[in-house]
Design a binder for this molecule. Sequence first.
Ligand code: FES
Ligand SMILES: [Fe+2]
Length: 409
Amino acid sequence: MSAPLSKHEMKLGTPIPDMGEGPISVEPYVSPEFFQQEKQKIFRNAWIEVCRDDMIPNPGDYQICPMEVWDSELIVVRGKDNQVRAFHNICPHRGMKVVRLDHDESSNFQCGHASVLICPFHGWGYNLDGSLRPVMGEEYFDKIDRDQVGLLPVTLDIWNGFVFVHYQKEPPQPLREFLGALADDMEEYPFDSFTHIARYSAQAKCNWKASMDAFHEAYHAATLHGGSIPEAARLPEGSVPTSARIYGPHHSLSMWASPDFRPSPAAVAAWKYGQSFSAGGEMKLPGANPGNDDNWWFDINVFFPNFFCDTGPGWYFTYNFRPISESETVWVMDIFQKKAETCSQRIAQEHTKVMLRDIVYEDLSTLEQTQTMLSSGLLKTLNISSSLEVAVRHLHATACEWVAEQEPA
Ligand code: FES
Ligand SMILES: [Fe+2]
């Protein structure tokens, strides 16, 4: 008789809808036609997270947010009235990007500050609310209708500091309704008491769903992360979430941390005065561990279609998966930790940064090799567990459902 895999049960915090049984189809991970449908029916019908509003804290601060899946790029800017707005980064004169920034390798952010936005081609200028300013040589133009000619606005709303945009002028659901009960469960998490400590990003030749799948199951942890995560969490038991919840198109999992956890000497040093990313933690925060699970480590919260917000005891991190094509995705990770007030807490932040870096390197290392082989046509289906990989099945089922049922926008 083989030993049982888990010393704990995976609880279900919500009813699990019917998502089919057995193997799942490979086609949604490799088909260009399926991806074209996803662009129209998923990414133009769902709210998409693009940044945090505290990354643009002052009037005139803006961030450039690539939105390849809309064939666009957005300017998210805080106006003089303190309101955050989004516009497509296109000049209505002749189509140039109004804001062009060189990629900043050091920070990996595309941020800036301006009191007006000036197109670099012929100098048309825009106020921070998108309205057109006086145009040089305007007398040489036929009448420019200022009600019609300005930056193209994008529907935007904010939840708990997270800026979401929607392709449609009048979205089918308001943001908060779309985020639903997952946002209810996370509502009280003190996001605004955290500070951004690191960003990592990568562009991988891998489908966006296959990329996400590498990050919302723990089954791989004992094998793939054999060398990087805390010893206790990489026991086979660590492959079993303590609980799982499905909320419409969204889902969340809670990760298990062994009570026998013995941190490394570096983790002990980092832990002494500050929380770092290690198994387990004393800090209890509202809006996390919704199942009140024993030996809770952190929650993996996934807002459909492509945004993760993983909340832990004293740190959280986000992933955005930006689809480029059926076989290419940009992955961006932002890490946040409680603001450091002492040198020791600063060291804890550094520990979190490097520990997560090493772990995500391992996750990322699987993406392109998986996609290459999925694209070979050798497999028509994948053999997944309905419990350990419930999030994989749910994302697959939800994408298929939206492609089948949503209207293209
Ligand atoms: S394209 Fe922007 S001013 Fe001409
Ligand atoms: Fe992982």
